[in-house]
Ligand binder design. Structure first.
Ligand code: NAD
Ligand code: TYD
Length: 351
C-alpha cells in the first residue's frame, strides 16, 4: 500500500508514546506508523497489544543512541516525518545518574535530527520533525504566574537540563539548516499504562497494596495535570497544524498541591475498595524532599487553544476515576512492569 505519510514515532512503547501510537494507527489508516523504541524498563509492548497486528503499524527495537540503527530504520521505511518522544523521563532517576539522560535525551535527539537532515536533504517540503518536550525546561514558578512560550529556559534538574538541551538542538537545526521542526512543551500527564514510579501511579499502586505513600517534603509542591489522551490529541493537532519553527505549550489549567492530590486519591480509593472513609490517608508518609525540588509548574496554553483550537476533553476528577479503574482492572500489567530491575530501584528509594 502507498502510505500518505510514513511517521517515525520514537518512544512509542512508553506511557505517552503508546497512547499517541494507538491514536495515530487508529485515526490515520493512510499513514504508516513506525514505532522505534529501545524497550528500557519504561517501555512495554503490552501497552500496544490492541494495535500490534494493524497493517499500518511496525515496531523497531532500536536505541536512539545508535546513529546507524536510526539510519537503517529511515532507509527501510522511507520515513517522511518524526514525532520524537523517546527519553529517560524520571527526575529522581536523573538525580541518581544523569549520564544516561545526556546520552538518550541529548545525543539521541541530535542523532535523530542528523539522520532526518541528511535523509530529507533533497527537499524538506512536506516533512515535519516534532519534538515532544516538557514544561520543566522553564524551571520553577513561585505562587503566581504561568509558563508561556516566551518564558526563558531555566532547567534545574538533570532531567530538565537534558530536555532543555535537546530543545535547543532542535531549534538550532531549524535556524541553521531549515529543518522543519515543531516543539511542544507539556505539563504533567496522568492516565493508564503509567509506570508506577511517577506520583499518581505510584500512589495508586501503593494504595492497592496498603504500602506507605511517600510524599516528598511537606507536600506543598504544585503540578498542573493533564490526561494523557489529551496530550496525544494536542500532539496530533500541533503535528498537523502547528507552524514550523514554533513551540506550543500544552497544559490542563489544573493545578494541585501534591498533598491535596494524594488526599483526593486516598478518598477515591476508599470508595472504590469499600474501605472506611479516611482510612487510606493513614498510609501517608512524609519523606525527605527531592534535591532541587521545583516548587510549581503551571502552563499558559492559550497559544495552542486560540491558534489551533485544541482544548482538554476531560475534567481531572473524571480522568482520575478512569485511571484508578484501569489500574484496578489490570493488576497483571502492574505486576509485569514492577518486577525485576525496577524492584532494586524501588528498594533504594523507598526503603
Ligand atoms: P516513559 O519513560 O514512559 O517512556 C519513554 C520511552 O522511551 C520508553 O518506551 C523507553 O523504552 C523509550 N526509550 C528510553 N530510552 C530510549 C533510547 N535510548 N532509545 C529508544 N527508546 C528509548 O516516558 P513518557 O512519560 O511517556 O514521556 C515521553 C516523552 O514525553 C518524553 O520525551 C518526556 O520528556 C515527555 N514528557 C513527559 C511528560 C510526563 O508527564 N510524563 C510530560 C511532558 C513531556
Ligand atoms: P513526578 O511524578 O516524579 O513528576 P515531576 O517531578 O516530573 O513533576 O512527581 C510529581 C510531584 O510529586 C513532584 O513534586 C514530586 C512529588 N512526588 C512525591 O511527593 N512522592 C513520590 O513518590 C513521587 C514519585 C513524586
Amino acid at each position: 500500500m502507498e502510505f500518505q505519510k510514513r511517521i517515525l514515532v520514537t518512544g512509542g512503547a512508553g506511557f505517552i508514546g503508546s497512547h499517541l501510537v494507538r491514536r495515530l494507527v487508529k485515526h490515520y489508516p493512510a499513514y504508516l506508523i513506525v514505532n522505534l523504541d529501545k524497550l528500557t524498563y519504561a517501555g512495554n509492548l503490552e501497552n500496544l497489544s490492541d494495535v500490534k497486528e494493524a497493517s499500518n503499524y511496525r515496531f523497531e527495537k532500536i536505541d536512539v543512541q545508535s546513529l546507524e540503527g536510526i539510519r537503517n530504520v529511515f532507509q527501510r521505511h522511507a520515513i517522511t516525518d518524526v514525532i520524537h518522544l523517546a527519553a529517560e523521563s524520571h527526575v529522581d532517576r536523573s538525580i541518581d545518574g544523569p549520564l544516561e539522560f545526556v546520552f538518550t535525551n541529548v545525543v539521541g535527539t541530535v542523532n535523530l535530527l542528523e539522520v532526518a537532515r541528511s535523509f530529507w536533504l533533497d527537499s524538506f517540503e512536506n516533512r515535519v520533525f516534532h519534538h515532544v518536550s516538557t514544561d520543566e525546561v522553564y524551571g520553577s514558578l513561585g505562587d503566581t504566574g504561568f509558563f508561556t512560550e516566551a518564558t526563558p529556559y531555566d532547567p534545574r534538574s538533570p532531567y530538565s537540563a537534558s530536555k532543555a538541551s535537546s530543545d535547543h538542538f532542535v531549534r538550532a537545526y531549524y535556524h541553521t539548516y531549515g529543518l522543519p521542526v515543531k516543539i511542544s512543551n507539556c505539563s504533567n500527564n496522568y492516565g493508564s499504562h503509567h509506570f508506577p514510579e511517577k506520583l499518581i501511579p505510584l500512589m495508586i499502586h501503593n494504595l492497592l497494596n496498603e504500602k506507605p505513600l511517600p510524599v516528598y517534603g511537606n507536600g506543598s509542591n504544585i503540578r498542573d495535570w493533564l490526561w494523557v489522551e489529551d496530550h496525544a490529541s494536542a500532539i496530533d493537532v500541533i503535528f498537523h497544524k502547528g507552524k514550523l519553527g514554533e513551540s506550543y505549550n500544552v497544559g490542563g489549567l489544573n493545578e494541585w498541591t501534591n498533598l491535596d492530590l494524594v488526599h483526593y486519591l486516598c478518598d477515591l480509593m476508599d470508595r472504590k475498595l469499600g474501605k472506611p472513609e479516611g482510612s487510606s490517608r493513614a498510609l501517608i508518609h512524609f519523606v525527605k524532599d527531592r534535591a532541587g525540588h521545583d516548587y510549581r509548574y503551571a502552563i499558559d496554553a492559550r497559544k495552542l487553544t486560540e491558534e489551533l483550537g485544541w482544548k482538554p476533553s476531560l475534567r481531572f476528577e473524571e480522568g482520575l476515576e478512569r485511571t484508578v479503574e484501569w489500574y484496578l482492572r489490570h493488576p497483571e500489567w502492574v505486576e509485569q512492569v514492577t518486577s525485576g530491575a525496577y524492584q532494586a530501584y524501588y528498594q533504594k528509594f523507598y526503603k
